[in-house]
Design a protein around this ligand. Structure first.
Ligand code: UTP
Length: 294
């Protein structure tokens, strides 16, 4: 069965980014001039997933508004003859069929994914975390969908991280090497000395609908939250679960430092902003006002 639906959980509390995320979801933080979640929806659409379900929590309004028409704004831009910005404003509501479901309490990623069960039905589907950016030049999701179609079951994106950082992630034990591996075990945020590998789960999944059955039965896990990792660990016993090892560019925009890196890097690579930004950065780096400069 082909994959046509994308689920984007965006109901987390975003505590690492307070107070910016007090009244607005972290998925709406601008990365250069687009909110993080727009990159994620564009990625899903590029991979052929035009049915998008967002799992929202408190502060869902800005998300819904962003993917809806903004008639007043369109009229004002039309009157000014500003065709470029008009196109940018319209683009977001024409991108995909975006649907919404509420998670209620933020009880963990597994709980958020379970909220999508009715919309998804009985077909494989993708999950893209709304604060995790994959560079548009790195075709991870396309590869994951192809692996799922070939091997069935579920597919999880993995990335090698420094050993001292594995305790921040879900971690996979795998069979084999190369870009596509069979996953033999999963554990959520293990202490570094107990981690079975340095392969971290990153925010892209293509899942079999059987995951919903497991999500309905698992108890709360680490941090008292319903963990998607725990459900996938159970699935391994009965179905194939593969990993696609990603070696490209990824930014966790829910983390302040990674967010800043994403903004600088993506702006530096743009034709309009890159040259003046890089010129200023070089000048600043060499100037006495740069922090740490003698
Ligand atoms: P995070 O692990 O980044 O959690 O969630 P968080 O609570 O949002 O952030 P911090 O740690 O407090 O700063 C990963 C993804 O899962 C979603 C988040 O919105 C994010 O896209 N999520 C998490 C939910 O949708 N619901 C939840 O209950 C938890």
């Amino acid at each position: 069965m082909s994959v046509t639906k994308a689920v984007i959980p965006a109901a987390g509390l975003g505590t690492r980014f307070l107070p910016a995320t007090k009244a607005s979801p972290k998925e709406m933080l601008p990365v250069v001039d687009k909110p993080a979640i727009q990159y994620v929806v564009e990625e899903a659409v590029r991979a052929g997933l035009t049915d998008v379900l967002m799992v929202t929590g408190r502060n869902k309004r800005p998300l819904e508004d962003h993917f809806d028409r903004a008639v007043e704004l369109e009229l004002a831009l039309e009157a000014k003859g500003d065709a470029v910005r008009l196109e940018a404003v319209r683009h977001t509501n024409e991108l995909a069929a975006v649907h919404y479901v509420r998670q209620g309490d933020a009880k963990g990623l597994g709980h958020a994914v379970l909220a999508a069960a009715q919309h998804v039905g009985d077909e494989p589907f993708a999950v893209l975390l709304g604060d995790d950016l994959i560079d548009h030049r790195d075709l991870l999701l396309e590869q994951m969908v192809a692996v799922q179609q070939e091997k069935g079951g579920s597919v999880i994106a993995l990335m090698e991280v420094p050993h001292d950082q594995i305790s921040l992630y879900g971690c996979a034990a795998v069979d084999g090497s190369g870009d596509v591996v069979r996953i033999t075990g999963l554990v959520e945020k293990p202490p570094a000395d107990e981690a079975p590998s340095d392969l971290a789960i990153i925010g892209r999944y293509v899942l079999a609908p059987s995951v919903f059955e497991v999500l309905r039965t698992i108890p709360p896990g680490r941090g008292g939250e319903y963990q998607l990792t725990d459900a996938l660990q159970e699935l391994i016993a009965t179905e194939p679960v593969h990993g696609v090892v990603f070696r490209g560019r990824r930014y966790d925009t829910g983390d302040r430092l990674d967010y800043l890196k994403a903004v600088v890097r993506l702006a530096a690579e743009r034709d309009d902003l890159g040259p003046p930004l890089l010129a200023w950065l070089r000048e600043w780096l060499d100037s006495p006002s740069f922090p740490g400069q003698p």
